[in-house]
Design a protein around this ligand. Sequence first.
Ligand SMILES: Nc1ncnc2c1ncn2[C@@H]1O[C@H](COP(=O)(O)OP(=O)(O)OP(=O)(O)O)[C@@H](O)[C@H]1O
Ligand SMILES: [Mg+2]
Length: 261
Amino acid sequence: MLRLTDVHKSFGELVVLDGISLEFQQGLTTAIIGPSGTGKSVLLKHLVGLTHADSGTVECFGVDMARASEREIYSVRRRFGMLFQDGALFDSMSVGENIAFPLVHHEKELSAAQRMERVEQVLEEVELPGFSTRDTTALSGGQRKRVGLARAIIHRPEVVLFDEPNSGLDPMTSDAIDALILRMKERLGVTFIVISHDIVGVMNVADQVGMLHGGHLIAYGPPSELVHNPHPMVRRFLGRNLALPKGTDDPTTLPSLKLHR
Ligand SMILES: Nc1ncnc2c1ncn2[C@@H]1O[C@H](COP(=O)(O)OP(=O)(O)OP(=O)(O)O)[C@@H](O)[C@H]1O
Ligand SMILES: [Mg+2]
């Protein structure tokens, strides 16, 4: 459904993606992890045609994104919901208007009342009930993030791209976002691609995890395999993020490692 094949991408001298091949499976949640500046956001942007590969192919729903017409790219994009890393809300609009934005574009047939109903529904999903008339500039960082999440899912997309859905959120709200991902996957069969530094969330929600480092996909597989991966970068990433006791670098050797925040 979504496939990258031998994708290379540089910005000037800087090689960001150095031959990435990766397939995102329908109905599953794939997490992309890796150090800061390693190309995770750039990888995601290829899927919706916001960035184009220097070489290799990016195929979404059977469309070759490098050769697609504007119309084809538009029809691919409407099947996606996106939360960008910086949230990208319009401060001149209310919370409700921000969230309804994709509906105005993608579901023109809805009445204003139907739009409002959908806005209220997704605000409840992200645990911000009654926020639709709020002023966007008055939101906290975590609230902005959740409004961005609500906007990403309101048009009921088939694929949802979440770039750091949990960053800046408290543990309880993070749990609520993880639960939202699991619920949408189970009830609606939504395919998620989630970039995250929150290894607890990754372990809880992901079916597959890919780790990017130095332009390469250095690990790929289910979380249960990732914890056995011997690559030093993977070990460091897991060790640090799971806050393992001194002297332990393998989370699987901990008898009662529970992935709760
Ligand atoms: N449009 C651009 N022009 C030039 N360089 C860019 C551009 N977009 C990204 N880069 C560079 O590509 C590299 C990868 O960026 P990217 O945003 O994908 O990192 P990331 O893995 O998402 O990091 P983080 O975890 O900090 O969000 C960075 O060095 C960044 O400066
Ligand atoms: Mg990023």
